[in-house]
Design a binder for this molecule. Structure first.
Ligand SMILES: NC(=O)c1ccc[n+]([C@@H]2O[C@H](COP(=O)([O-])OP(=O)(O)OC[C@H]3O[C@@H](n4cnc5c(N)ncnc54)[C@H](O)[C@@H]3O)[C@@H](O)[C@H]2O)c1
Length: 325
């Protein structure tokens, strides 16, 4: 019984490989390394290759007796998806279809998929439940929803899946061995850390006149180690004959950009240099998860708070300013 982790040399995949191993599962990683790093794969077998390479995936399934798949491999930059849409449809959807076809041919029936809260677009209500209508506002989000829909229909063919709709993944491993690369990540916390640690980097808060208590946007930051454990729980759910579902993965708590900067100043013992700029087009005011379903169906809940996220990110970026390079 081996779990194939696609994209396991990336940020969330690498943390999940460790969570799976902590749960005493055998793991094999498939990653092109285009956007990941082999140093992030600690103590697991890494095969460098593409999910769309059906011969290679078939060989891996046979050789390692793969029974489950956790599928991270994708491109994730919202801005890039708007300028290079074909690249996103091809890698995130077309290549995923090829992967699914190969898995079906090998009777693999359990699949956990990295979806995203971006499928909700600007939710009408927060906390946002899975019943919120989907309304993707980028090509990236469209591709995530497309794969969710494919998985929903493949349930008829006997493929059971959990699409985890992540909110804002953040932080680094508690032993400081894996974390994000601020030169490639567009996420807020790596940019805040860069503002603290790199004098040349200019950090701008996009708008402080939103209809929130302090005027800045609110998001749900989930520690990447908690997120990793959610994949183990999702596999356990599928192994207990759980049916295909989608599930929010967040903390259920909203944090404003200003609150995040204040917490960072406490952790780093100095203020984060920043300027206040204009609102960024398309930024929803407030997005945070209702996590009732994840609690109930997966038996999962977040265990680490904002301070722990920021502390781990600060330690990681202070010691790895160039990521793994
Ligand atoms: N980081 C977030 O906040 C976030 C939020 C929501 C959803 N997600 C989703 O979670 C997944 C992982 O995100 P991440 O932050 O770890 O991204 P990442 O870019 O760090 O990792 C993705 C990995 O997939 C690999 N990859 C890409 N295409 C591949 C292919 N065709 N074959 C094999 N490997 C391939 C890359 O080399 C990389 O190592 C992605 O699907 C992303 O869309 C991430």
């Amino acid at each position: 019984m081996t779990t194939l982790v696609t994209g396991g040399a990336g940020y969330i995949g690498a943390h999940t490989v460790r969570a799976l191993q902590n749960a005493k599962r055998d793991v094999v990683v498939l990653d092109t390394l285009e956007r990941g790093n082999k140093k992030a794969v600690i103590d697991a077998k890494l095969i460098v290759g593409d999910i769309a390479d059906q011969k290679l995936v078939a060989k891996i399934c046979r050789k390692y007796k793969v029974t489950n798949v956790v599928h991270f491999a994708a491109y994730k930059a919202v801005g890039e998806s708007m300028t290079h849409p074909m690249k996103y449809w091809q890698n995130n959807v077309s290549s995923t279809l090829k992967l699914l076809e190969t898995l079906q041919a090998h009777d693999i029936s359990r699949f956990v998929f990295s979806s995203s809260a971006s499928v909700y677009g600007t939710p009408k209500s927060s906390p946002t439940t899975e019943n919120e209508p989907t309304n993707p506002e980028s090509v990236y989000a469209e591709t995530k929803l497309a794969v969710e829909n494919i998985l929903r229909s493949l349930a008829i063919d006997g493929l059971n899946s959990v699409s985890l709709r992540y909110f804002n993944a953040a932080g680094a491993s508690s032993d400081n061995k894996i974390g994000e690369d601020w030169t490639t990540s567009q996420n807020l916390i790596p940019r805040v850390m860069r503002a603290l640690l790199d004098d040349k980097f200019k950090f701008e808060v996009f708008g402080n006149d939103y209809a929130t208590p302090d005027g800045t946007c609110i998001r749900d930051y989930i520690h990447v180690e908690d997120l990793a454990v959610a994949h183990v729980k999702a596999l356990e759910y599928l192994e207990s004959y759980g049916k295909t579902t989608v599930c929010n993965i967040g903390t259920g708590k909203g944090t404003s950009v200003k609150q995040l900067l204040e917490m960072t100043a406490v952790v780093a013992k100095r203020e984060v240099p920043h300027t206040i700029g204009a609102r960024r087009e398309g930024d929803p005011v407030s997005v945070y998860a209702d996590v009732t379903l994840a609690n109930k169906v997966l038996g999962w809940h977040a265990t680490q708070d904002l301070q722990s996220i920021i502390q781990s990110a600060f330690t990681w970026h202070s010691t790895h300013p160039n990521g793994f390079r």
